[in-house]
Unconditional design. Structure first.
Length: 265
């Protein structure tokens, strides 16, 4: 992919309009598994305001804002000013105001942003205002840890089923989720109406799993497997390479970075 390529902002699929990135006409119809930070369409929070195009970096920051807003809500805070929230999450007040204004949300000068309303609005914008069924492939050490993690449910993601090729694991229940053989992948995805699949399996056969899942409705993959894959048309693959992150930190440590303390992406 060329970093400067122009992209259209939505996919038209049998599921309706899905915010996302579409290859340009002269490009190959398939993409590798790196989700690019191109603008996407977000619905406006105002009925008379047109949908705004924002970057995926903005979407990621919205998730951070929502998490902090939920913490404030649990503490009984009803309103928060932009400079206060910005300081809490490590961005500038101007950046935060631009992000929130991108989908039509503006704070009150006197009282600031209404916490409960902002939580509901951001949840709707990023699609976590309702529970989404998610699947997981690979019930190894990492897979079992992900199945046991309660934070997914709190964020609106329910791991409805797990899959593995190991006969010793198939049919068993892990953290309350039944493990199915990969031969049942299509059936379970269809019956549970999954749209997201977490990949924590061995590298062998990974592309085939992605292609099969995409053919029956999976539109996004969270890939923990250290292998480059190809995203089918209309799909996204977000790769999480933990080893690469550790190597980056090792590099920074060797260089003596961080004397003043800073976060790295």
């Amino acid at each position: 992919m060329h970093s400067g390529s122009r992209v259209s902002r939505v996919f038209q699929t049998g599921l309706g309009v899905i915010p996302g990135i579409c290859p340009r006409r002269t490009q190959r119809p398939w993409r590798t598994d790196t989700v690019e930070r191109h603008p996407v369409v977000l619905a406006s929070d105002s009925n008379d305001k047109k949908p705004q195009r924002v970057s995926l970096h903005t979407v990621e920051r919205l998730s951070v804002y929502r998490r902090k807003l939920e913490e404030l809500s649990h503490e009984g805070v009803e309103f928060v000013h932009s400079h206060q929230l910005a300081a809490m999450v490590g961005v500038t007040p101007a950046q935060l105001r631009r992000d929130l204004a991108s989908f039509g949300s503006y704070g009150n000068i006197a009282r600031g942003y209404e916490v409960a309303k902002m939580i509901a609005t951001i949840s709707r914008i990023i699609g976590t205002d309702k529970i989404q069924n998610v699947g997981l492939v690979g019930v190894g050490d990492l897979g079992r840890a992900l199945l046991s993690y309660r934070g997914f449910e709190e964020r609106g993601f329910h791991i409805a089923a797990a899959f593995d090729v190991d006969p010793a694991k198939v049919g068993k229940v892990f953290a309350g989720r039944r493990c199915y053989g990969l031969e049942e992948l299509e059936r379970v995805i269809t019956e549970t109406e999954m749209r997201i699949l977490i990949l924590a399996s061995r590298p062998e056969g990974l592309q085939e799993i992605i292609d099969r899942a995409a053919a029956v409705g999976i539109r996004a993959f969270l890939n923990f497997v250290p292998k480059t894959t190809v995203a089918p048309p209309g799909c996204f693959v977000e790769r999480i390479d933990i080893s690469a992150k550790l190597e980056k930190l090792s590099f920074l440590v060797q260089r003596g970075e961080g004397e003043t303390g800073r976060s790295v992406a």
